[in-house]
Design a protein around this ligand. Structure first.
Ligand code: MF3
Ligand code: CO
Ligand code: CO
Length: 257
């Protein structure tokens, strides 16, 4: 499928839904504490999206996904299924990934939360992964190669002896949840497609503390874990390519750019 270029009208809708997705992460923050289940976090987000935002949680029933958000704890890389039996414990790290659908447009964003006091090594993994995302955002503009984005993420992660997950990537986004192009989080400068004003994409690096290798659960068909069972972290934004850089459509208030 071709890469879509959004009109000003499309972009207005993308701004609206991007803000809603960011607001879900802002809303859920105070609930992400020791003793809560990921199933409860899912219900709170679902009810907020449906009843307050009058929008749709895009993951629900997407290719059969059974819940409204993804909650990926510790060695879970992505697509963790919320469950009432998964209780967050002091020292855990969790990625909450929210995709809101409103007026036919998608906004997709995720962030890491530490549960109470987390070990320094886990804190560092979360911070370096966020830096990977921010370094990529700083490069984005018309003419940027997708390979430039992959290279800066890979260099920053591997510079800390972390590894980059290859099997899952960022994506174009708009009326379609996952559209072209694929946005790899590894690669080489000056390679791949060049970005153009009006494209909307996600960047969502998944960085492992150990090796890059992944394993897909055979029991639920969704949960992706590290093969070596070491920690993994992820942060995601939806962005629009502008004339001179990018607009972060899912920016939270805690983010100053
Ligand atoms: N939000 C994920 C992404 O960043 C996709 C989740 S699909 C689901 O692309 F079905 F697992 F919810
Ligand atoms: Co995404
Ligand atoms: Co997402």
């Amino acid at each position: 499928m071709p890469v879509t270029i959004k009109t000003h009208e499309d972009l207005e809708h993308m701004r609206t839904v991007g803000r809603l997705a960011a607001e879900v992460l802002e809303m859920i923050g105070p609930h992400v504490v020791p003793g809560i289940s990921t199933g409860e976090l899912d219900r709170i987000c679902h009810d907020y999206i449906v009843n307050v935002q009058h929008a749709i949680p895009a993951p629900l029933n997407y290719n059969g996904f059974p819940k409204s958000i993804c909650t990926s704890v510790n060695h879970v890389i992505c697509h963790g299924i919320p469950s009432d039996s998964k209780i967050l414990q002091e020292g855990d790290i969790v990625n909450i990934d929210v995709t809101v659908l409103k007026n036919g447009y998608h906004g997709d964003t995720s962030k890491m939360f530490g549960i109470g006091n987390v070990p320094a090594h886990a804190d560092k993994l979360m911070r370096v992964t966020q830096e990977c995302l921010y370094k990529a955002l700083a490069l984005v503009g018309p003419g940027t190669f997708l390979g430039d984005i992959g290279q800066v993420i890979q260099q920053h992660a591997e510079g800390q002896n972390y590894s980059v997950v290859r099997e899952y990537c960022g994506h174009g986004i708009g009326r379609i949840f996952h559209e072209d192009p694929q946005v790899l989080h590894y690669g080489q400068k000056g390679t791949g497609m060049q970005l153009r004003e009006g494209m909307t994409i996600t960047i969502e690096p998944m960085i492992n503390a150990g090796t890059r290798y992944t394993k897909l659960s055979t029991s639920d068909g969704w949960t992706v874990t590290t093969r070596d069972r070491r920690l993994s972290a992820q942060w995601e934004h939806t962005i629009a390519v502008t004339a001179h850089g990018c607009e972060v459509l899912t920016r939270r208030q805690e983010e100053r750019f």
